[in-house]
Design a protein around this ligand. Structure first.
Ligand code: ATP
Ligand code: MG
Length: 250
């Protein structure tokens, strides 16, 4: 079941420093939104707030219209939020096979083994890893590991999916190929996706809309055309200026 994500006037501190500053952001059910911003602007913190690992001191966070935290108080704990995630470092379990990496969460939810196996095998085939389910992550290429991480995030059929720069450190052609795989998968499933990146090309390729973040604030949201045509600030204008109309750097 796919769900919306809403953050309203969210502020969060880490070590006494403001990291998210009055941030308001909505991702509609079934929408793919890319969050674009420079290193240190608060992108990972934003995802951790939605996951419930960081509790914002102010503001409200809702998933599927249900408040999950409000003004410094957790309303729904992380384990009950039904959020799939691909972390910046992927965080695959190195001692488990690909199949076991995907099966872990399903087993914890007591999904019966035959259904578990069907879902895992179906999804691994879908991302082109049908013949690698018995490998361990250390015996896969970087691109294959990224596919395992995204399959693991999707296999639980989460209400929303968060991805934290899942394609950094890949070469350009592999990146393009995986962006196509991800985009098709999200569309098939009608997934609600928040995709964090500092690469405009990725944001433009996947996002129905792009949210530009700077120093903990969401300063503008819209299509690439809108950001280019009516940038709210010079920062936004410069961030999207050197792109041609197709989403490629000129
Ligand atoms: N655990 C922590 N304790 C204290 N400060 C933190 C912690 N994690 C992050 N920060 C600070 O919060 C700010 C935002 O960090 P965050 O990781 O959200 O940025 P980011 O946009 O994801 O950057 P990057 O693109 O480099 O991953 C930074 O100034 C960072 O130093
Ligand atoms: Mg980060």
């Amino acid at each position: 079941m796919t769900a919306s994500i809403e953050l309203e006037h969210v502020s969060a501190e880490r070590d006494g420093q403001a990291v998210l500053d009055d941030l308001t952001l909505t991702v509609g059910a079934g929408e793919v939104v890319a969050v674009l911003g420079p290193s240190g602007c608060g992108k990972t913190t934003l995802l951790r707030v939605i996951l419930g690992f960081v509790v914002p001191g102010r503001g409200e966070v809702r998933i599927g219209g249900v408040p999950v935290s409000r003004d410094g108080t957790i309303v729904v704990p992380p384990e009950e939020r039904n959020v799939g995630v691909v972390f910046q470092d992927l965080a695959l379990w190195p001692h488990l096979t690909v199949h076991e990496n995907l099966g872990f969460g399903l087993a914890a939810r007591r999904v019966p083994r035959p259904e578990r196996d069907d879902r895992i095998k179906g999804l691994l085939r879908r991302v082109g890893l049908g013949d690698k389910e018995d490998r361990r992550p250390g015996d896969l290429s970087g691109g294959e590991r990224q596919r395992v991480a995204i399959a693991r995030a999707l296999v639980l059929e989460p209400a929303v999916v968060l991805l934290d720069e899942p394609l950094s450190n890949l070469d350009v052609s592999l990146k393009r190929e995986l962006l196509e795989v991800f985009g098709a998968l999200f569309a098939e499933r009608g997934a609600t996706v928040l995709y964090v990146t500092h690469d405009l090309r990725e944001a433009a390729a996947l996002g129905h809309r792009i949210v530009v973040m700077q120093q903990g604030r969401a300063i503008q949201a819209g299509t690439l055309e809108l950001l280019r045509g009516q940038p709210a600030t010079n920062f936004v204008r410069d961030l999207v200026a050197d792109l041609d109309g197709t989403g490629r750097r000129a």
